[in-house]
Design a protein around this ligand. Structure first.
Ligand code: PBG
Length: 331
């Protein structure tokens, strides 16, 4: 066999910029920073100690006390914000989600706790949705024949926005995918003089199997699915329509959710807007990496950073992730 002698060497050598860690760091196009990260956290009523969520190893349902500590820890790590979810006692769930508008409901109590603990050092956000509080597990109130009633739900959301803002939320996050929710929430906040409370709209929210572990996290007993209000994973043009509506109704920031399986949607949204864009790396995205790592199938820490870098690269200014504090502590 004759020795091969090439007559044409590559004219361009992209590998030159990958030669050393210092070189790679210098030319990196995307950089994660603690101030990109928002920690979603669950607080459960009536428990004496934090309860681990078995489908989300490393995540707990907090007591009021442990939530305060988690908030302080997040501030120390430089995390940007915290998104709070309330888990009421089962006995307090009802058809209209009364605990969600009770000023002494668990979420409102927790908002006051966290605001008292960390003040303005952390952007304090609240999930604005009824599913944690309804006995049927849907994000809204139901009609007599069991459908989710859009406009009756809006009235509940208006009231929720007001009690959450009163309790100290800097940002409310309407996440129920009811038509008109952003406009109604803006109006309700303004009516009680909360013009400064901003809205992070869950603008693009797909009906996703990856929410699975979240159901355990909030003890939701949903029967059926949310396909009549959350989006079909097959669609992207529809997301741009949701986006236009939410901006028109007064969204200050918009969110795409889930993140990982929808990076194309995230990129399209980020290209289209001039407001900050958030992406929510949801429970199933978290649990998949934790589960694979537990089995020794992937390098956990590298997979976490890669997943977050991908979300940022696709266009997210902020990322909600259950790893927020852990990742921020590495900086
Ligand atoms: C609605 C809400 C959900 C999540 C955040 N807000 C559940 C749903 O819409 O089905 C999911 C978050 C996650 O899976 O991590 N309150």
């Amino acid at each position: 066999m004759e020795t091969y002698v090439s007559s044409s060497f590559p004219g361009a050598r992209p590998r030159r910029l990958r030669t050393t860690p210092a070189m790679r760091r210098m030319v990196a196009e995307t950089r994660l920073h603690p101030s990109d990260l928002i920690l979603p956290a669950f607080v459960r009523e009536g428990i004496a100690a934090p309860v681990p969520i078995s489908a989300m190893p490393g995540v707990v349902q907090h007591t009021r006390d442990s939530l305060r500590k988690a908030a302080v820890e997040a501030v120390s790590a430089g995390v940007a914000g915290i998104m709070l979810f309330g888990v009421p006692e089962d006995a307090k769930k009802d058809a209209v989600g009364s605990a969600g508008t009770d000023p002494d409901g668990i979420l409102q109590v927790a908002l006051r706790d966290v605001r008292a603990e960390v003040g303005d050092d952390l952007v304090i956000m609240s999930d604005l949705c009824l599913d944690e509080y309804t006995d049927h597990g849907h994000c809204g109130v139901l009609t007599e024949d069991g459908r989710v009633d859009n406009d009756a739900t809006l009235e509940r959301y208006a009231e929720m926005a007001q009690v959450q803002a009163d309790a100290g939320a800097h940002v409310v996050g309407p996440s129920g995918m009811m038509d008109g929710q952003v406009g109604v929430v803006r109006d309700a906040l303004d009516q009680i003089g909360k013009e400064d409370v901003s809205i992070l709209a869950y603008t693009v929210k797909y009906s996703s199997a990856f929410y699975g572990p979240f159901r355990e996290a909030v003890g939701s007993s949903l029967v059926g699915d949310r396909k009549t209000y959350q989006q079909d994973p097959a669609n992207v043009r529809e997301s741009l329509r949701e986006l236009a509506l939410d901006l028109d109704e007064g969204a200050d920031m918009v969110m795409v959710k889930p993140a990982g399986p929808y990076l194309d949607v995230l990129a399209r949204v980020a290209d289209a807007v001039d407001v900050p864009v958030a992406a929510y790396q949801i429970s199933g995205e978290y649990s998949m990496i934790e589960a694979a790592a537990e089995r020794g199938w992937i390098d956990r820490d590298k997979a976490i950073l890669e997943s977050l870098t991908g979300i940022k690269r696709a266009g997210a200014d902020m990322i909600l992730t259950y790893w927020a504090t852990e990742v921020a502590q590495q900086f």
